[in-house]
Design a protein around this ligand. Structure first.
Ligand code: UGA
Length: 439
């Protein structure tokens, strides 16, 4: 088998590498020459545990290639995966210019049967548009070359991407012909052999499955965040409530951890896009509008707690932040709650010093020197009026409270991820705020 993956972003690079890992010959294509040059030297543009050695190994084995030439790369391909970006338009709907641009390029150069698979998260109906774009280019060339389109949405999580890809809960594939299904079955044979469910369906359903899955998960999180807020008011503890409801197997324990709101490149964008699709189709999903509203509000929850604690005056206060990325094990700061918190603190005239195990460079790239960057988590605490924990990196979970109290000006912690024991902090005489728990 020989496949081409267009787009070496998160989804493209991980999918390409993992397909190569199963023995398939993969060429990953990108228009960014610098990125391809780097990849050809084994330099990976993203932080993802385990990815670099896997890329290097598969390159050495002669199964994984990187190129800027779409034309050359599809010459032998059985399938071409489109994994380019679909950034949100001003109105929240997904911008398809890159996906359709790639489709046109494929149509311009195709000379044999291939399955063209959309792997990026794309609105329902996109595969049809891809098909029309390819056909249009073939018609211009007066070429009668058969092809099929398919939808194969990706469900991998940043930070756990390789495991998610190689050991998926399920693979969803939308096809409209037996020929395409046969190619996709061959491609996913190792997964079928290992009993990971591969679910075939029609194309619109596959496209919808991706949005419905992410929106359902985002809904769980917003629901739990708002329950946590109510818990604080009525004197309940959300940790107990979480355990209580999670034990019901119909609800489950996953994705019901309250925090500072969901971020990243997927949930915010996909919820917005599905809201847009629903409105465009005359069936507004009110529930998702609330999910988004609650999430935007939740990103300021720690800020509001700080304002209350400091009687509405943060001017001149030095605030230490632990964790900048939108979640642990990634340097991704897209839609990260930390950005909202930092922005609000700076507007109030506070001074911010932050530490993150991997996202410092990314943060500097985004907001420059408007905040200070500490060498390690303890340095950030020197003379700080409070510590704010925004991302639950493992190394923040069992800190040395005795060392911390020597560095901090006040023994004051705002914990946006509920990672500390209330009893332990009370024992150590800290003032401690968390999310939805009794202090
Ligand atoms: C998400 C989905 O989980 C993947 O299945 C999907 O493939 C991916 O989007 C995508 O569409 O590409 P990801 O954005 O990498 O993956 O991150 P998650 O681990 O899902 O976390 C998303 C956000 O939810 C984070 O901000 C996290 O802190 C937050 N979260 C998660 C909570 O606040 N509480 C929870 O209980 C779980």
């Amino acid at each position: 088998m020989n496949i081409t993956i267009i787009g070496t972003g998160y989804v493209g690079l991980v999918s390409g590498t993992c397909f190569a890992e199963t023995g398939i010959t993969v060429t990953c294509v990108d228009v960014d020459q610098k990125k391809i040059d780097n990849l050809n030297q084994g330099i990976i543009p993203i932080y993802e545990p385990g990815l670099t050695p896997m890329v290097q190994k598969n390159m050495e084995k002669g199964r994984l290639f990187f190129s800027t030439s779409l034309k050359d790369s599809i010459a032998e391909a059985d399938a071409v995966f489109i994994a380019v970006g679909t950034p949100p338009d001003e109105d929240g709907s997904a911008d398809l210019q890159y996906v359709l641009g790639v489709a046109r390029e494929i149509g311009k150069h195709s000379d044999h049967y291939m399955v063209i698979v959309t792997k990026s998260t794309v609105p329902i109906g996109t595969a049809e548009k891809v098909k029309a774009a390819i056909q249009d280019e073939l018609d211009k060339r007066k070429q009668d070359i058969p092809f099929d389109v398919a939808s194969n949405p990706e469900f991998l999580k940043e930070g756990a991407a390789i495991d998610d890809f190689l050991k998926p809960d399920r693979v969803v594939i939308g096809t409209e012909s037996e020929r395409a299904q046969k190619v996709m079955k061959k491609l996913y044979k190792p997964f079928l052999m290992n009993n990971h469910p591969v679910i075939f369906m029609d194309i619109p359903s596959a496209e919808m499955t991706k949005y419905a899955a992410n929106s359902m998960l985002a809904t769980k999180i917003s629901f739990m965040n708002d329950i946590a807020n109510l818990c604080e008011i009525v004197g309940a503890d959300v940790n107990n409530v979480r355990r209580g409801i999670g034990s019901d197997t119909r609800i489950g324990h996953k994705f019901i951890y309250p925090g500072t709101g969901y971020g990243g490149s997927c949930f915010p964008k996909d919820v917005q896009a599905l809201v847009k699709t629903s409105e465009q189709n005359g069936h507004p999903l009110e529930i998702l509008k609330s999910v988004e509203l609650v999430n935007n509000r939740q990103k300021s929850v720690l800020y509001r707690k700080m304002m209350t604690h400091f009687n509405g005056n943060l001017k001149g206060k030095k605030i230490a932040i632990w964790g900048l990325s939108f979640k642990p094990n990634t340097d991704d700061m897209r839609e990260a709650p930390a950005l909202v918190i930092i922005d609000k603190l700076l507007k109030e005239g506070a001074e911010v010093v932050a530490y993150d195990p991997v996202a410092m460079e990314e943060c500097h790239h985004k907001i420059g020197d408007s905040i200070g960057y500490a060498k390690d988590q303890y340095e950030a605490l020197i003379d700080a009026d409070a510590l704010v924990v925004v991302t639950e990196w493992n190394e923040f979970k069992v800190p040395n409270f005795r060392v911390m109290e020597k560095l901090l000006k006040n023994k004051l912690i705002f914990d946006g991820r509920n990672i500390y024991d209330i009893e332990e902090l009370i024992e150590n005489e800290y003032t401690y705020y968390s999310i939805g728990r009794k202090a």
